[in-house]
Design a protein around this ligand. Structure first.
Ligand SMILES: Nc1ncnc2c1ncn2[C@@H]1O[C@H](COP(=O)(O)OP(=O)(O)OP(=O)(O)O)[C@@H](O)[C@H]1O
Length: 397
């Protein structure tokens, strides 16, 4: 088991890591979540023996102290790091990259066995053994980087942002591969920005902010914690470091949100009815509109219920009455069984284009005959106008 206790790291006066403690056992995945600059890479580099800063505290692997050892000795103790940016040798073949990882003594003893385990997990590495590493896709290069670290036959594999630069699909594939690595019995300490995917495969998680481990919990618990969701799973929309109290759950409960204030507009002192504005009793008008029309021919006077506040000029009212009468008469004629009084219909455009036959409908009165000098098929439109106030029609010349 890898155990880290009170690990601190400073760069000059800057304390990047402040007494961090964690542990990872073989066959489990532990993820470290933290915002940018929280100290995640510093933590992994401190364990791996490659931190540029001053490191203090305790790191042990199966009880053996690691702190202060050179990086290759840390690898010999069974802890391998896949650094951010992969760090593969782009001009070398896939096979050469993998073999460079097999250099530690602990790997040489069981090299064939270690290689077989790797190939069973990532068969593509053997299929592409001769391909120059830099010509591979981002996801494949990440596989080479993981493969090279695994060739050192580690007990604990540390990965720094392995999904960086990978498409969502490749990231998903990568995380599935990491699950397979865990199933092969390795322990994984994972630093990831992709909290959703990493908490999806991890067993436990640590929240690291400002160099301090704020919380450790089961991945499932972290995944369902609203504060964690807001800080790391895109639920809060804020990229700034979350408040420690929120993540540790020690923050005082926020007061229940106030209901949005509702402005009640005072009623106007005096409401003005539509009837007052228009001078018409709207209810009476509506009642009239929905009632069956009376078969009257004479122009009707405005009903008593319709009050006008302003008198309509006499001429205007007469014209209106005349128009109403005409409409009513025409409507009555339309309903009447004998429509002989109706004028001939105007031919439709289609009819006008056809050679004319009888230019009106059946049963309609035959209009005065057109002069014989004019042929019937000239297509000329005959216009008939109704005499005002009568059912008689005159042909318009
Ligand atoms: N070599 C260095 N010299 C000086 N300061 C450093 C060095 N490396 C890291 N730091 C500082 O230490 C702090 C933690 O950096 P670190 O890279 O560990 O953060 P991180 O959590 O991995 O961030 P990110 O997610 O952005 O990679 C940062 O403020 C960073 O500027």
């Amino acid at each position: 088991m890898l155990e880290v206790k009170g690990l601190s790291a400073t760069y000059g006066k800057h304390r990047a890591l402040d007494g961090a403690s964690l542990h990872v056992a073989p066959g489990e995945i532990a993820v470290i979540l933290g915002t940018n600059g929280a100290g995640k890479s510093t933590l992994l580099k401190s364990i791996a023996g490659i931190c540029e800063g001053r490191v203090s505290g305790s790191v042990t692997m199966s009880g053996e102290a690691l702190l202060g050892l050179p990086p290759h000795k840390v690898v010999e103790r069974g802890v391998a790091l896949v650094p951010e940016g992969r760090g593969i040798f782009g001009d070398l073949s896939v096979r050469d990259n993998l073999m460079l990882g097999a250099n530690p003594e602990r790997a040489r003893e069981d090299q064939a066995q270690v290689y077989d385990r790797l190939i069973s997990l990532f068969p593509k590495l053997e299929e592409r053994a001769n391909q120059i590493a830099r010509t591979m896709s981002g996801g494949e290069q990440q596989m080479v980087a993981i493969g090279r670290a695994m060739m050192s036959n580690p007990v604990i594999l540390m990965l720094d942002e392995p999904s960086l630069g990978l498409s969502p699909l490749l990231s998903k594939e990568l995380f599935q591969n990491l699950k397979a690595v865990r199933e092969a019995g390795l322990g994984i300490l994972l630093v990831e920005q992709n909290a959703r995917l990493s908490l999806g495969i991890a067993d436990r998680g640590y929240l690291l902010e400002n160099g301090e481990i704020l919380r450790e919990d089961r991945a499932e618990v972290l995944r369902n914690d609203p504060a964690v969701q807001a800080a790391y799973l895109g639920g809060g929309g804020s990229k700034s470091a979350p408040r420690p109290a929120e993540l540790t759950g020690t923050a005082t409960k926020p007061a229940a949100p106030k209901p949005a204030s509702v402005t009640v507009r005072p009623k106007p002192a005096k409401s003005i009815s539509a009837a007052a504005i228009s001078g018409v009793d709207m209810n009476a008008l509506l009642a009239r509109a929905s009632a069956r029309p009376e078969p009257k021919t004479v122009p009707r006077a405005a009903p008593a219920s319709v009050k006008r506040t302003t008198a309509m000029p006499a001429a205007q009212s007469d014209r209106l009455r005349a128009a109403l009468t005409q409409i009513e008469t025409a409507a009555r004629q339309c309903r009447a069984p004998n429509r002989s009084a109706l004028p001939p219909l105007r031919p439709s455009i289609r009819d006008r284009q056809r050679p004319a036959t009888t230019p009106h409908t059946e049963g309609a009165p035959t209009p005065p005959a057109t002069p014989s000098t004019k042929p019937a098929d000239t297509g000329k439109v005959q216009v008939w106008r109704r005499r005002p106030g009568s059912t008689q029609f005159d042909k318009e010349i």
